[in-house]
Ligand binder design. Sequence first.
Ligand code: BES
Ligand code: ZN
Length: 474
Amino acid sequence: MSDSLEKLYKYVEDNKQYMIDQLREVVAIPSVSAESGKRSEVIRMGHWLRDRLEKLGAKTKLAELGNQEVDGKTIPLPPVVLGQYGSDPNKKTITIYGHYDVQPAYKSDGWDTEPFTLVQAEDGRLIGRGATDDKGPVLGWLLCLEAHQKLGLDVPVNLKFCFEGMEESGSDGLDDLIVREADGWLKGTDFTCISDDNWLGTERPCLTYGLRGNNYYHIEVSGPSADLHSGVFGGVVHEPMTALISVMSKLVDTNGKILIPGVYDQVEALTPEEDSLYNAIAFKNSDMTKDLQFDGLIHDSEADVLKSRMRYPSLSLHGIEGAFYSPGCKTVIPSKVIGKFSIRTVPDMDIDTLNKLVIDYVEDEFKKVGSKCSVTVSCIHSGRWWYSSPNNPNFVAGANAIKRIFNIQPDFTREGGSIPITLTFEEALKANVLLLPMGASNDGAHSTNEKLDQFNFLNGIKLFGAYWDEISKL
Ligand code: BES
Ligand code: ZN
C-alpha cells in the first residue's frame, strides 16, 4: 500500500540510532519533580526542550508558575514550555501536551542498571527512567517535526506545544495557566493530542478516551516531641503509628473495596450498553499476570478487571513517612508519622464531595481509636477524571493513522491512570482531546527497569506524522 509519508518512515528507520541517542540525552537529565533537591534538574530539562524547539524554528515561551513550599522550603516550580510552529490559517492547529518530569528512581530500588543512563538492550528495550513516561513520546513529537524539516516535507498542521514539569506531582499551577493561555498561546486550537499512556497489551495500539482522576491524602498523626525508646515508653504512651495503622486499615479491604461510606454513591451507573463494551476488548488476564509475574488479580473475569481499572474508583495505600523502613531492627517509637493514600476517581465523582467524605470518615475513625495523639487529614492534590467521545474526528484521524502504520484497528480504551490537566484542556480550549499512546502495557512506568521498546518509539514517531497528515485531511 503506498503512503505519502513513506519518506518519513524511511527517514525514521535510517536515523534510528540518532533518535535513540536523543532519548539517551533526555533520560540522562534526572528531572524528578517529587524530590525538591532535583528541582534544578527539572528546570534544566524544561530549558533543554525550549532550546530544542527554538532550533526547530518554533516560537517559544517559558511560562513561570511561581513557587512551591516543600518541607518548609520555598522552591521554584518548573516552567511550562510553550511553543508554536506554523500559523497558516488554512491548516488545522493541534495542541500537543506532554510532561518532562519523571518519577523518582534509584538503582537500589531494584533496577538492573542505572536508571538515568539509557540502556539499549539486545531485545529492543530502551531502558531508563522516563523512557515511556513521558520523555520518549515528548521527544517523539520533536523528532517527527525535525524529520519533516530534514526531508523538506510540508508540516500539514500548525503545532502548539505545552510541556509541563510537575505532572507526576499533581500539575501545580497548570490549570490557571491553560485557562489564561486559552486566548493567548493556545488560541485557535482545533484539536489536542496527548501521548502519555500505554497500549492495553503489547501488540495492539489503542486510542484512549477516558482517564481516572486522583485525590491524594495525608493523615498526619503526632504524639511526643521526639522519637522515644520503646523499652522505656512502650506500653506507657499512646503511639502515633499504632493509631495511624488502625485508621489506615479501615480505608480499603483486601479485595479493593473502599470502606468510606458514600464513595460509590457518586459513581455513574453501568448501563447494559456500556457493560457490553468490556467483553469486546481484546485483553487477557493471563497476559497481565505474566507481565506482573504475580498471579494476584482480585477479579476472575477479564471484563471485571477492565471495569475495575477503567470505570470504578480505587483506593491505594502508598506509604508512611516517618516510619522505620530500613533493613535491620530498630526499637524506636516514631513521634510523628504521615500516612499517604490516594483515591482514583471516576465519572460522576466530585472532588469536594469526596474530600468531605474522606476527611470526616478518617477523623471519626481516629476518634474511635481513642488515642491521645493528634491527627490532621488533608487533601494534598486532586486531579479531575476525564471522559470524552471516541466518535470525534480527532479519534477518527488517530484511528486512521494507526491503520496506516500498524495495519490494524486500534482498541478504544479508558485508562486507570491520571493526567490531571486533560479535562481543563478540553474545557478551556473547547477542543477535543485524543490520547494517542506510544508505549506498551509492559513498559513499567513508575516502576523499576522502565522501558520503551525501540519498535514502539520508532513507529510512534511515524504514527505522529501520520496523525498530523490525517488531521490535515479533515
Ligand atoms: N503517564 C501517567 C498517566 C497514566 C498512567 C495514564 C497509566 C494512563 C495509564 C502519568 O504520568 C501519571 O503517572 N500521572 C499521575 C498523576 C497523579 C500524580 C495525579 C498518576 O496517574 O499517578
Ligand atoms: Zn506520564
